[in-house]
Design a binder for this molecule. Sequence first.
Ligand code: WTA
Length: 649
Amino acid sequence: MTDSLDPNVHPDAERESEIVAAESQIYPPAEEVVANANVPNYLELREEALKDIEAYWDARAKEFIDWYEPYEKVLDDSGAPFFKWFVGGKTNIAHNALDRHAKTWRKNKLAIIWEGEDGTLRTFSYFRLWQEVNKFANVLTSMGVQKGDTVTIYMGRVPELPIAMLAAAKVGAIHSVVYGGFSEQALADRIADAQSKVLITCDGAWLRGKTINLKDIADEAIRRSPVVQNVIVFKRTGQDVRMEAGRDFWWHELMSLPVASTNFDTVQMDAEDPLFILYTSGTTGKPKGVLHTSGGYQVYIATTLKYAFDVKDEDRWWCAADPGWITGHSYIVYAPLILGLTSFIYEGAPNFPYPDRWWKMAEKYGISILYTAPTAIRGLMRFGDAWVKRHNLDSIRLLGTVGEPINPEAWRWYHRVVGREQCPIIDTWWQTETGGFMITPTPVVPLKPGSATLPFTGIDADVVRENGESCDPNEDGYLVIKKPWPGMARTVWGDPDRYVDQYWKEFEAQGWYFTGDSARKDKDGYFWIIGRMDDVIKVSGYRLGTAEVESALVSHPDVAEAACIGVPDELKGNVIHAFCILNAGKVGDDTLVDELKKHVRTEVGPIAVPAVIEFVDSLPKTRSGKIMRRLLKAKVMGKPLGDTSTLAD
Ligand code: WTA
């Protein structure tokens, strides 16, 4: 069992008091919102769906997705926990996202509106996007990319990133998008694990008026993981880059070759063929490649977006995440396009050049739904109401949040200032592994600030004790999912045992999926997420593993051993506090602290840089040698140490 669920060391005492204060505050839905909702009977539908999940998902699969060939079976649980969905069905996500729309009136509708940090505007109709993706699919094919190959994508937030993803899907390749904020070793590890022969990147990316040298980082990563044979480079910043003859090619040059025709026959995929790998941090070791497949994932993300955010054809949808994380995969790229929506993408920093950048764009483009993370909300809240109020945000009708628990104070500010007290806030709890929203309200669900409310239709979530009994109201416990769902991860890339160990071991007897989160349900059955129970830290909503940061620290010649913990932070949710034991004769001074921070930045990325680095002589360990991070955390937070019986020393 996870060592950290110890009532004496509550991970977040502040969250505790917030929950108690907000639990009885209810924001009922406005009548006209309910009257106009896509699914006005959502609450009843939840009960209905759980009675027969196969019938429920069968209907959704037919409603939202076109199949080249129908499936024979909705759910095959014979190899549990390796579940299969829509067995025998043939489909391709790019067909549902593009091909079919290019033949209807949607041909002329905007699929993507993109604004660069420098103010450049680019738009893509469904027809144009379909053509660009076809062209790039032909480029990939001409390079020898085939069904089942992996392609790593490491780019800034430019429209060519979704184009690359969709083109990979179209040819039947498996994409692995690596967030553009990761650095050399993080990229190298992911390339090596996926064994990608093709890497798609940019010369550079814009952030706060400065450029990040993506191509240089990519070159170093390839040097460390030399499996890559070809690199395609999209020119965004125009900075000088080194192009290796025979290996590196410019995107624009390839796209103007005769081979890059606008016609491409989309490859038919089996519902269970891999669609993408997305690396995410787990309890131990290197990041693991979470695998999603072609059929069930589509059904799940389309249904969840349609219901939870009540999306309509006239909406302009803005998911302000990065396409390099699951939120971007599911809800910037795939689900909005499957549903034929207009998806807005912004390249740069929210407060550049001024703190009203987001509100200015929301006004300019008439955004109707904004979906972001608590850390961004808190960051923008800090600049005060005036920056928001300077803009007319009447077009916004719904707001959303994801990535970490939202504190009721930020919730109320978002609701009052951005939402003019008229917009429901859709607080969606989910994970890379779940593919799409799992616990979320829809606009017809009464809200409580700070609660993700109720499990989605067809989702059987619960909070349980170690022995599997359901917890009492307001008792903290393990958040589990008791029945399979179409969007669930299928395995860990190349390591099925790890998939079983990580998610299905804790409640093996019951056959439940363990999320790694602790939570509680209140007397109304509303879910309140407390936080991670494992060694995953959410920094500004980004998911990091202690192991990644620790291995970066020990890769520095002066560091012998390292341990990292997450410490609550008002703005970022959590920050990293690192403890290092130095090699004999090394002095832990401020210069070394700076050097180590810089080292983590170039190895993993800026998001992984510890806020505090403390030099120590020893670390608390169990007798089997496992670092007891729980004790380090209790010490930093001035809490009682709890049970120390397993401590070696
Ligand atoms: C946390 C992000 C509270 C949670 C989509 C989960 C949340 C982890 C929420 C997954 C929320 C996500 N309220 N906590 N609305 N959404 N989390 O894989 O701890 O990057 O396990 O997926 O984020 O992070 P991941």
